[in-house]
Design a binder for this molecule. Structure first.
Ligand code: NAI
Ligand code: MG
Length: 359
């Protein structure tokens, strides 16, 4: 099979880490006899905005629709275009239009990476956050009345639909069923948010009936956040609504070390639309153009993309190559400055691609 991949580097370090990601991706594909047909696009960037006054061409949807996956860098260059314009004009449109209702973020403390949590080493943190990505707290239902008066009132509603809640829960349970610990934790707040969150809990309990092999528990979001920091080893799969998942999926990778290595996948599990793979980090204007951005987050995304395309063996091989190179440490491997090394983006990317060919 040949897979068609749309490549969108975006802005800043996106343009530096995407080539490194592609090098490791192609090395892995060659090794496993997978054929990839990649087309690169310059939209979803400040350059495109400066030339056209929009973030994407009007026909972006038709352009991207036929691809098997989107390999995305980062978008945003606040000197040229305000962040809410660049984000809502590109990435958020793709997530919604392509119904990428699962946002999957693995949090794993890699060998050679220092956790900010005292006394934690590799093996202590290895969980995945499954975030609902299309509804929940991020609805546009609401508004303002009596503006400018002392009766000014602002309202924004949470929307939970049975289809929307059940489909992300099903994904999370299926994911938990495939992992050795088979443990799913649901993020809730049904003690305080007394209408929508009890509904979420009910749907978790109902879905749990269908997955008797998965051990389920629930924690209120405040306690859950504390447990991420105090006992990250308790977690395996964590499922959460849009807002709770957004917060947890930044906190999780932060506990597991540098932002530069964290990947994420925006998934349409039915494969009716392409899924999008992007590192958690942004365009990092403070280090852009220096060639020192850490490419590991982008390369890990390539591994997740291979999993999603139906090649988990290839995905695991690439992840193993990342682990080998990180484990070698800054003395042996050309790790980037955020990992306390002196390597460049190109050197670290090449070291991982070489490791893919050797191991
Ligand atoms: P950021 O993630 O770009 O940078 C935060 C800090 O982490 C910076 O000090 C940066 O140098 C460092 N960093 C990030 N990635 C790194 C890497 N791969 N290697 C080494 N260091 C790394 O977040 P920030 O500064 O808040 O946002 C910058 C721009 O990126 C904004 O325009 C923002 O809207 C956009 N952004 C885009 C995202 C996306 O495309 N999904 C996500 C987050 C931010
Ligand atoms: Mg976030």
């Amino acid at each position: 099979t040949t897979y068609r991949i749309a490549v969108i580097p975006g802005d800043g370090i996106g343009k530096e880490v995407v080539p490194a990601g592609l090098e490791a991706l192609h090395a892995t594909a060659d090794r496993f006899g997978i054929t990839l047909d990649c087309d690169e696009f310059g939209f979803a960037s400040a350059d495109y905005w400066q030339r056209h006054g929009t973030m994407m061409p009007a026909d972006w949807e038709q352009t991207l629709r036929g691809y098997d996956a989107i390999f995305f860098g980062a978008v945003g260059w606040p000197d040229v275009v305000p962040d809410h314009v660049s984000l809502w004009g590109s990435l958020l449109q793709m997530r919604r239009t392509f119904d990428q209702y699962v946002n999957l973020r693995p949090c794993r403390l890699m060998p050679g990476v220092r956790s900010p949590l005292a006394g934690r080493g590799p093996g202590d943190i290895d969980f995945v956050v499954v975030r609902e990505n299309t509804e929940g707290e991020y609805s546009s239902v609401g508004g303002r009345v009596f503006e400018g008066t002392d009766r000014e009132t602002v309202l924004q509603e949470t929307v939970m639909t049975r289809i929307g809640v059940d489909r992300v829960l099903r994904y999370a349970f299926e994911h938990a069923e495939r992992r050795p610990a088979r443990h799913l934790t649901s993020a809730t707040k049904s003690n305080g948010i007394s209408i929508s969150m009890p509904y979420w809990d009910e749907r978790v309990a109902a879905m749990g009936q269908r997955f008797p092999g998965v051990h389920v528990d629930k924690l209120h979001i405040d306690a859950l956040a504390a447990q991420f920091v105090l006992h990250p080893d308790r977690f395996d799969v964590v499922v959460a609504s849009n807002l709770f998942g957004d917060i947890l999926s930044d906190l999780g990778p932060a506990c597991a070390g540098t932002l530069g290595i964290a990947p994420s996948a925006n998934i349409n599990p039915e494969r009716e639309h392409p899924s999008l793979f992007e590192p958690v980090h942004g365009s990092a204007p403070d280090i852009a153009g220096q060639g020192i951005a850490n490419p590991v987050g982008q390369i890990w995304c390539a591994s997740m993309m291979l999993d999603h395309l139906g090649h988990p063996d290839a995905g695991a091989h690439l992840l193993g190559a990342i682990e080998d190179v990180l484990a070698a440490g800054p003395g042996e491997a050309p790790l980037t400055p955020d990992l306390h090394g002196k390597g460049t983006t190109v050197e670290l990317g090449r070291a991982i691609a070489d490791r893919v060919r050797e191991r």
